[in-house]
Design a protein around this ligand. Structure first.
Ligand code: NAD
Ligand code: UDP
Ligand code: UDP
Length: 313
């Protein structure tokens, strides 16, 4: 049994990770400032004697005793990370420094939840880990992209300079239950609109693509990466390589919800990547991992969750 720190543990991915770690018999310390996280996500865990919740902002130092750290704290949806961009960069960079400092003092393993966003609007397709990316340093997405890039740099410098046991995963678009209804990302927007028979908002012409990974698959990959031997640092891409256009995503959701919603077209946000698909060769080879959930099945489970949430409101 380990005592494991999960920062951002009340968020979408963090809440699923906490649940998995508890099921395995670990103690979990969930640290979150509730910027985008919700108590409701971790409500079923609060009764568990092995679960502890600490309201704390990772931009300030944290002195606790744990055996392992998963660093997930950071808003992930464009509307949320652009709401207070300075805080977003601080969370990524100062949050990384504090978690690395904590891991260094305790001589423990630390995993960073990095992102496909570090590839920016990619000119190489699909994206292998060796691609260095195409990111606008001054645009509205930069607070997130560059913050996450700097966090990766810090992780690798602590590895080289202090021989710290680091793991870096680059997560591609992930969806599933516990996403906030107002998360603002495409899957939650389309499902909510379809369930309420409101127009589906397609940004741009809807031909831009993304690859969507169901949350359970992603969490299994994240956990598998944490179990690799010291020196297996990554970065490793984790995501579903099956690519869809936003129009195709909307059509799938309309069919699954039997919705009467029509498609409407809105301006494409600035610096919106045109395409994105992970090359997961490394994850297959190193972790023996690949996603198992088809989009159709994952969407069905997510729609069920959103439907339940709407009925509660
Ligand atoms: P989320 O917004 O649901 O969760 C982020 C959590 O971090 C929230 O609970 C929030 O309250 C907390 N948080 C934010 N700033 C904090 C701070 N300064 N101190 C303490 N807690 C703070 O997002 P998510 O989708 O669960 O993403 C989790 C991690 O995975 C993020 O680091 C994100 O960048 C990364 N990621 C997610 C995706 C995805 O598709 N979901 C893709 C790539 C990377
Ligand atoms: N830190 C922390 N918890 C710890 C140890 C360190 O939050 O248990 C913070 C510490 O406040 C510092 C950061 O982590 O700001 C980086 O620590 P490190 O030891 O690498 O650097 P230094 O303290 O020498 O600046
Ligand atoms: N998008 C859309 N309608 C929405 C929300 C998003 O067409 O209501 C598009 C968005 O422009 C982008 C894609 O869907 O091209 C994925 O957006 P999301 O914010 O989910 O994630 P990211 O851009 O970070 O991959």
């Amino acid at each position: 049994m380990k005592r494991i720190l999960v920062t951002g543990g009340a968020g979408f991915l963090g809440s699923h990770l906490c649940e998995k770690l508890l099921k395995q018999g670990n103690e979990v310390l969930c640290v979150d400032n509730f910027f985008t996280g919700r108590r409701q996500n971790i409500l079923p865990l609060l009764d568990n004697k092995n679960f502890e919740l600490l309201r704390h902002d990772v931009t300030t130092p944290l002195f606790v005793e744990v055996d392992e750290i998963y660093n997930l704290a950071c808003p992930a949806s464009p509307i949320h990370y652009q709401f207070d961009p300075v805080q977003t960069t601080k969370t990524s960079v100062m949050g990384a420094i504090n978690m690395l400092g904590l891991a260094k003092r305790l001589k423990i393993r630390v995993l960073q939840a990095s992102t496909s966003e570090i590839y920016g609007d990619p000119s190489v397709h699909p994206q292998p880990e060796t691609y260095w990316g195409n990111v606008n340093t001054t645009g509205p997405r930069a607070c997130y992209d560059e913050g996450k890039r700097c966090a990766e740099t810090l992780f690798f410098d602590y590895y080289r300079q202090h021989n710290l046991d680091i793991k870096v995963i680059r997560i591609f678009n992930t969806y599933g239950p516990n996403m906030q209804l107002n998360d603002g990302r495409v899957v939650s927007n389309f499902i909510l609109q379809a369930l309420q028979n409101q127009p589906i908002t397609i940004y741009g012409n809807g031909k831009q693509t993304r690859s969507f990974c169901y949350v359970d698959d992603l969490i299994n990959g994240m956990h598998a990466m944490m179990q690799t031997p010291k020196g297996t640092t990554g970065p490793v891409n984790l995501g579903n390589p099956v690519e869809f256009s936003m129009i195709q995503l909307a059509e799938n959701i309309l069919e699954l919800t039997n919705s009467k919603s029509e498609l409407i077209f809105k301006p494409l946000p600035q610096d919106d990547p045109k395409q994105r698909q992970p090359d997961i060769t490394q994850a297959r080879n190193l972790l023996n991992w690949e996603p198992k959930t088809a989009l159709w099945d994952g969407l069905r489970k997510t729609i069920e969750y959103f439907d339940g949430q709407l009925r509660k409101e």
